[in-house]
Write a protein that binds this ligand. Sequence first.
Ligand SMILES: C[S@@+](CC[C@H](N)C(=O)[O-])C[C@H]1O[C@@H](n2cnc3c(N)ncnc32)[C@H](O)[C@@H]1O
Length: 335
Amino acid sequence: MDDDLPPLHVFDLPQLYTKPAAAEILLALDRLAVQPRTFGDETSIHSRIDPAGVAQYLTGIISSALSWLDSDELRESIWDAASTRLCERSGRTALPSISRVFKIPMTDSTDFPVTLHEPSLTSDNLGMKTWVSSYLLARRLGKFLLPPLELLLSTYNDVRPLQALELGAGTGLVGIAFASLWGSAASVHLTDLPEIVPNLAHNVSLNHELLLKTGSAVTTGVLDWSIQGQAEPENREKYDIILAADPLYSPDHPRWLVQTIQRWLRPGRESRVVLEMPLRDAYLSQVNELKKRMRRIGLMILADGEETGHDDWESKDGSPLEVRCWWSVWTWEAD
Ligand SMILES: C[S@@+](CC[C@H](N)C(=O)[O-])C[C@H]1O[C@@H](n2cnc3c(N)ncnc32)[C@H](O)[C@@H]1O
């Protein structure tokens, strides 16, 4: 989007009754593009256009035969672009695939970009989208993880890198940010359900240069919390840190998640579980159940707090929706 351009009204755009050239229509459709929110930047969202009449303008193009244009190829590209613009204005679930860049702060107040691909979203593949609590947690990692983890690092650094596991990684923001912050001092395994892992792996490859520069080792794989009852892993296969953002949205999730943490978290008081999740009314009982279950298996909270973020679902007036989130850092109560 070009901020120097004056705001447009649909009447300023090429009108179909004048039989405009394909290039003119495509340019207009480009100017109607809606940028997705990236949580941290609440301002640069919509194209600079008065929304009145835009949907009608777009449906007009989609339903026109565009008979004055020379080729089917040109007609198809215009219909495609107009449908995409219409989808962008129909809410987050209707959005086609998008790529977003998230800025993650380092401890020295510089930041680094993490680029993520998000395929089109449906209700059964929530891991294709980056959720607000993962953005807040990724930004928080440099702040609150480093002091206690320096201890960990001094314990392990000579022997092996710190091993971190992300559960329900989705698009991978938290794990990729963690890996970039820790560089060669950590190896990070990002996991999710089988249908989510290909995009997760793609996102790791999109950030190849960043990970190479920081010397980070990142792998991806399937880890389904609902599959329980396998043989207990050896302690050396377990993880020093388990990360999870926005992992609870079904009544089974607290039990499955805590069982998975119990299975994969290395024993000892240096180990950490780092969680962040939205405090949405409908899921508060699951958050409380998670806390109870974590305590029942012998984990205790070292630090926790609440913060507010903005989801990329819009409220009716087009402003970003505020979301209260809870972050927490846990360790084993006893060695
Ligand atoms: C709301 S999304 C959060 C994704 C990501 N952490 C974020 O905050 O952007 C929940 C994630 O949990 C994953 N998930 C749900 N059930 C799971 C299970 N049984 N095993 C592993 N992952 C699961 C989903 O696939 C999805 O990626």
